[in-house]
Every structure is written in structure tokens, then in C-alpha cells.
Design a protein around this ligand. Sequence first.
Ligand SMILES: Cc1cc2nc3c(=O)[nH]c(=O)nc-3n(C[C@H](O)[C@H](O)[C@H](O)COP(=O)(O)O)c2cc1C
Length: 323
Amino acid sequence: MKLGSITLDVPFFQAALSGYSDQAMRLLALEYGAPLVFSGLMLDKSVLYPDVMRKPLYAVSDQEHPIGGQLLGNDPDTMARAAGRLNEFGYDLIDLNFACPAPKVTQKQRGGFLLTDPKKAIEIIRRVRLAVECPVLVKLRIGFDQSEESLENFWRICEQAVAEGIDGLVIHGRTVSQKYRNRSDWSFIARVKKAFPQMSVVGSGDIFLAEDLVERLAEYDVDGVLVARGAIGNPWFFREARALVAGRDKPAPPSLAEQGRVMIRHFDLILKRYPPAKGIPFFRKFCVYYCRRHPQRKKAQTALITSGNTKEIRSAIKQWYCL
Ligand SMILES: Cc1cc2nc3c(=O)[nH]c(=O)nc-3n(C[C@H](O)[C@H](O)[C@H](O)COP(=O)(O)O)c2cc1C
């Protein structure tokens, strides 16, 4: 799949996942086969402060390329300056967020709200496109709501984005007001590809297993698939998706011991970047996802989440994952 000057050897990549896709998660995703990873969304204004760019949620390490940085904001000038800054700080690709449905974001007229303001959205795209030479993607939902006006706004933004020379549309097949209700509308996503056959269109929504990804690629004419919730606490997703996309059998699921080793590695990667008071609660969020594979899911999860310090957490992983 081509995203401007960046070519991926497989038609999927790891999504922007706020509150999750920091360096630790990204390094594991790359190690297990993701061809491209993304930061969580970053507020345009914050990116302009060099101190902020050194934080683990924002900073890019040498081992993380190619990496995309996703921007949130609503002022075209600030967004353009922030895009340039991300590029300077090592991001290889810029993604503009016109998708986030969180009320704290939309109330500030950012994220998914921009689907109600096509003029502003288009100006942001235009200014960012002029500001950077690296690939620029736009992440959007299929409208703010299901009204006719919303649909018109969606198509207008896509048409202009293509005309301005962006390098890919990443589309989550739900409206902003739907949040995560109902199913992602992949037929609609395929309609976007049909309307802009020359543009790379990446679909998003309800990809929990590697099989879901392969099925969407087979059934819908899209260039690629975004891996979001399916990748949290599950770097094996990328190994499995690589095998299935290449027509090979799905690899055996990771043994309990392999799961435990990866969890410890993930924990260590986190502790290298955050003090324990931050790193422990952050890692617990991933434990909930990792434990989904455990045969005694609830018990393992409780043991890990109630362990109070780094030593206890490590020994709980060793005990529950037979290390
Ligand atoms: C915890 C969480 C954080 C997310 N953060 C972002 C984000 O920062 N930027 C973004 O564009 N989408 C974000 N998303 C949306 C996903 O990228 C994706 O479009 C959506 O989850 C649908 O895909 P899925 O059903 O396969 O998870 C987030 C989703 C979740 C669950």
C-alpha cells in the first residue's frame, strides 16, 4: 500500500490510539510485524512546546520508523505549524484527526466536530499540505450524524482533500454521533474508494482478529485496514495478519509463557519511560487486554491489577503465566 512517498509491504497498520499507542506499545507492534505505527492524537498547540515533544507519548525513538503523528486542532495556522514541528521531531507522516467523538474534544470544535465545518476542515488540510513535504493523511468518520447535510459535508471534505493532494483517507465507518454503537459501515468506506480510485483509502472499524482484516480486504475494495482495538495488549495481531495476508496459515497462538514474556517486556519498556507512579496504572490498562487470552481471565486480571508495586506485578505475571 502506498501512502505518498511511503510504501508499506502489507495493507494494514497500527492506528492512533490515545492513551495507549506510546513508544512501548509501538515498539512491540513494530517488532511483531506492524509496517507503520501511530502516536495517539496530539493537540496542535502542545506540539509547539519542545518540552512536550520530549514526553514518552510524543517523542519518537530511532527504532520507530516509519511513524505517523496525529494532530488535533481547529486553527489552520496552528495546525500547519504543528505539522512542520512533528516532521522536525522525527514523524514521517502527518495524520489530521477529523474523527474523535469525545465530547471534551467536539465541544472545543476539534476532531469529529470539523465534519460540521467543511470550510475550516478544508482550510486545515490546505495549510498542512503546504506546510510539509511528507505524506499527509486525513482520518475521518463517515459524517457527524446521519443527516443529508452531514453526508454532503463528508463528500465535500473528501473531494477537497483529494484535490489538495493528500496521500490517504483513513475512514472509520461510523458517524461521530454513533460513537461506537452499531457496526462500522464498510460498504460506505468502499464507496469512498470507488469515488476516488486514485487515492489510498484505509478502512477502520471492528477489526478484532486477523481474520476480520483479511475478510474486509477480500470483501471490500479498499487499499488497507486500520488495526485499532484489536492491537491493544495483542502485538501478535500483526504476526497473524502478516501470515494470513501472505496466504499462509495463522501461526499458533502465543503460549502462556510467551504471553508472560511479552507482558514483562512491555512493562519494562514502560518503566524505562515513566516513573512507577505513572507507569504502573498505565500498564494495568494493557493487562486488562493481555488477560483476555488467559484461560482464567478474571482471576489473572484481578491478580495483576491488585498488585501494588513493580516487584509484585512482575511476580504475579510470572506466577499466572508459568514463567
Ligand atoms: C482507546 C482508543 C483510543 C483511540 N484513539 C484514537 C486516536 O487518538 N485517534 C484516532 O484517529 N482514532 C482513535 N481511536 C479510534 C481508532 O483508531 C479506530 O478508528 C476505532 O477504534 C475503530 O476501529 P476498531 O473498531 O477496529 O477498534 C481510538 C479508539 C480507541 C478504542
